[in-house]
Design a protein around this ligand. Structure first.
Ligand code: PEP
Length: 252
């Protein structure tokens, strides 16, 4: 059975003290009621080491939101996969549409980042998704298929077993406009088919594919009820413990 997962992406929100308070609140809430899925929080780099001290020994996994495409050295301001790992984090989000759009992250760069993250023992939450014009032109499968092929298809099946996919239609991120459960299911089934075509049926059956884009407690249950949706990558609603917990509870 593949893993059910709810992962939060804090983005560039919350100062260190606010992040610590949110992590503690979530730890408390999940200690009282064990979740029916894996729970991960992905935080800004500066929060990682401190939040690792809070999540250690709990059901909460911890991840970064990015890492460098270089191993180490004179790359001022960058944070390497090895450095992320050394904080106690176990995951890293790569390929988020905001990184692709605002920081020029290409498929080649993401391929490098993915290889380095995996080589350093991190699990990768790899984001894919089309923009509105591509959806309107009915090109979403073509776009998402290419994003997968161009960054991930050189991995071994063993490496892929440490990758979680997140389908995030860009038009649904932070807009309040959610994909319908049917749109999510159609795309997730397509993605699973692409994985089967390149890595085989077993890899496709085992990989978790999360939905992301304006997911909230009120719509999570319906989206998660679809057979190829294995959970969610949550932005805005991950910043409030009650909302995030409400989405986690969609698996109950
Ligand atoms: C995201 O950015 O990964 C995301 C899903 O954001 P939101 O939930 O705010 O749409």
């Amino acid at each position: 059975m593949r893993k059910k997962i709810v992962a939060g992406n804090w983005k560039m929100n919350l100062n260190l003290q606010e992040g610590v308070a949110l992590a503690n609140e979530l730890k408390e809430a999940l200690a009282q009621e064990k979740p029916n899925c894996d729970v991960i929080i992905c935080t800004p780099f500066i929060h990682l080491a401190t939040v690792a001290g809070i999540t250690e020994g709990t059901v909460i996994g911890l991840g970064a939101e990015n890492c460098a495409d270089k191993e180490k050295g004179a790359y001022t301001g960058e944070v390497s996969a090895a450095q992320v790992k050394s904080t106690g984090a176990q995951y890293v989000i790569l390929g988020h549409s905001e990184r692709r759009a605002y920081y020029g992250e290409t498929a080649e760069i993401l391929k490098e980042k993915t290889k380095l993250a995996l080589a350093n023992g991190l699990k990768v939450i790899f984001c894919i998704g089309e923009v509105l014009e591509e959806r309107e032109a009915n090109k979403q499968n073509e776009v998402v298929g290419a994003q997968l092929a161009d960054s991930l298809f050189d991995l071994t099946a063993e490496e892929l077993s440490n990758v979680i996919l997140a389908y995030e239609p860009v038009w649904a991120i932070g807009t309040g406009k959610t994909a319908t459960a049917e749109q999510a299911q159609d795309m997730h089934a397509f993605i699973r088919g692409c994985i089967a075509g390149n890595f085989g049926e077993q890899a496709a059956e085992e990989i978790s594919i999360l939905y992301g884009g304006s997911c909230k407690p009120s719509n999570a249950k319906e989206i998660f009820s679809k057979p190829d949706v294995d959970g969610g990558l949550i932005g805005g609603a991950a910043l409030k413990c009650a909302d995030f917990k409400g989405i986690i509870d969609a698996w109950n």
